[in-house]
Every structure is written in C-alpha cells, then in structure tokens.
Design a protein around this ligand. Structure first.
Ligand code: ADP
Length: 297
C-alpha cells in the first residue's frame, strides 16, 4: 500500500499557510512525520483522515482518491487525533463497545470477540471495567489505539501520541505501535525525534508547511555523519560560538553546555568530530543547513 500526496496546500481563513505544496510518498510500514509545533502536521493528518478539506493538490491511497472517495478511505482508516477525548464516567469496555457499534459491528457475539481482543492487545484487559476518567495519559493513549484499530484498518494515523507520556509509558506505547506497524501503514506525527528514531523505517521533516527532507532515518544520519562537530562551552562563551559557527543544538551536560555545529570541514576552535544522531539531522534540517534529497519526497 502506498499513499501519494501531491502538491497539497491549505491556507486557513486567517491567512496562515499551514501546508504549501506538500509532496510526499508514504510506503507501507511505520512512517514518521517529524516537525516542530505549528509545522502543519495536524492539518496534514486531518486532511488524510478525511476530516478537513484542502485548497488544492491530490492524495491517492493506491488507486483510491482520498480527497474524493471519503467513505472508501474511512472504511480502511484508523485515526487517533491529537486531542482524543474520552467520556470520563464510562468504563474502557463500555466505550470501546460503543465505538464498535458505531463502526457497524452489530452482531453481539462478534463484537465481544473484537472488543475483548483489542483490549488485550493494548494491555488494558485487566482494567477494562474501570472508568476512563481514572486512566493515566498512557492508558488513555492505548485506549485511543484500540478504538483506532476497530474495523481492522490498513492505514492508521496517530497524531502526537506520545506528548505528555512518562518514559515508561512511552516505551510501552512504542512497543504497541511497532507491533501494529508490522502489517499496516502507520503514520506517526510527532515533534519528538526519538519517536521516529525508535520506530520508523521512513520519515519526513516538515517545517512551516514545507517538506524539507525525507528518507530512511538511519541513512540520513549516515549522510550527515561527517558534518557534525561537538564542543563543551561555558554559558559565557555560548553567544560567541553561536556568532562564529552554525550551532544546530545546545544541550546541558552536567551543568555545562554541549554544542553541536554543522560544518562540512573542520571548524577549528577546539571542536571534535561527533557521532551524529537523528536529532542532528532534524536540527540541521530545521536550521536550513541540510536538505539531502528533498526533491525526491
Ligand atoms: P502542527 O500539528 O505541526 O503543530 P498545525 O497543523 O496544527 O501544526 O498548524 C499549522 C499552522 O496552522 C499553525 O500556524 C497553526 O497556528 C495554524 N492553524 C491550525 N489550525 C488552524 C485553524 N483552525 N485556524 C487558523 N489557523 C490554524
């Protein structure tokens, strides 16, 4: 299965250009859409999920015209929105059963099988009779995945699912997504680089409504490998280094500041070659330094 997005644009009524001729091919498996807040990720996700209209462009899911054949898309789509709300007073079982009825699972016995199976899959079986209002953020997101999986969709869209989860819940959620990604197309929109580094075989970076970069996270990291340099500086020195070099990230390390710069040759000034990570790819791309193969998305 392949999702082909071509020249997709969307400007809101207030004049904000959320998407500007976005072109992207999303293959089967786990795909990461990475970008800072305001990049246009949710707008793109909502258009793909048939919940919002675009101004121009085309989207095809194999031979289905996503912008035109909305019912056909909805039959094969599962969606976990960024602001997934639950009814706090009903139990996980009751709400999932309700969603299953809305999805058209009218046969009681069959519905019970599906609901039971999904609650087990997302590890909420033990707490199925507890009210959703008492669930942690991670439990709510796993419930959100269970409802997205109703109807056995081939395409799953999850929008910023790990924001606000603690590290343990994030790992658990990653494992769940990675299991699902084995036989479905999963589009994961996020501003968290490690979500993509941990899970995705393919990715794109989106910024201010433009796709800046796409590819295999490992290959992209390999491509930038020779251009990342590191140095520890004091707080006082930092502005001077920022003036003299292309600083792409700064991070506190035991009270001192570790800076990474992008440079195609040795920047001198005491910098050492650094081991590049996807974070370097991300920050160098957002800073406009790195745009390998942006034309081929
Ligand atoms: P992301 O999901 O990457 O944070 P969004 O798609 O939510 O990005 O937003 C992209 C841009 O569009 C932002 O500048 C945002 O403020 C703006 N935007 C989003 N929704 C609306 C809306 N309903 N009306 C006006 N502007 C919007």
């Amino acid at each position: 299965m392949e999702l082909k997005i071509r020249n997709l644009s969307k400007t809101y009524a207030n004049g904000v250009v959320a998407l500007d001729r976005v072109t992207l091919t999303i293959p089967a498996g786990m795909f990461g859409l990475l970008g800072p807040n305001g990049a246009g990720k949710s707008t793109l996700m909502r258009i793909l999920a048939t919940l919002q209209e675009c101004d121009s462009g085309s989207v095809f899911l194999d031979d289905i015209d996503v912008l035109d054949e909305k019912d056909a898309v909805r039959r094969m789509l599962g969606y976990l929105p960024q602001d997934f709300g639950v009814y706090p007073k009903v139990t996980a079982y009751e709400l999932l059963d309700h969603f299953a009825q809305l999805k058209g699972l009218s046969h009681k016995g069959r519905r019970r099988e599906v609901v039971d199976g999904l609650l087990q899959q997302v590890n909420l079986w033990e707490v199925r009779n507890q009210r959703l209002g008492g669930f942690s953020g991670g439990m709510r997101q796993r419930f959100g995945i269970a409802q997205a999986l109703l109807g056995d969709p081939r395409l799953i869209i999850v929008d910023e699912p790990t924001a606000g989860l603690d590290p343990q819940e994030r790992v658990r959620f990653h494992n769940l997504l990675s299991d699902i990604g084995e036989d479905k197309t999963v589009i994961l929109s996020t501003h968290i680089v490690s979500d993509v580094a941990d899970l995705c075989a393919n990715m794109a970076i989106i910024h201010k409504g433009h796709v800046l970069l796409c590819g295999d996270p490992q290959e992209l990291t390999y491509e930038i490998e020779d251009y990342i340099w590191a140095r520890i500086v004091t707080k006082q020195e930092l502005p001077m280094f920022q003036k003299r070099h292309q600083v792409i990230s700064t991070r506190l390390l035991t009270g001192r500041t570790l800076i990474h710069v992008y440079s195609e040759s040795d920047p001198g000034d005491g910098f050492e070659p650094a081991r590049a990570s996807l974070e370097d790819v991300y920050f160098a791309t957002i800073a406009g330094r790195f745009n390998a193969a942006a034309g081929d998305c």
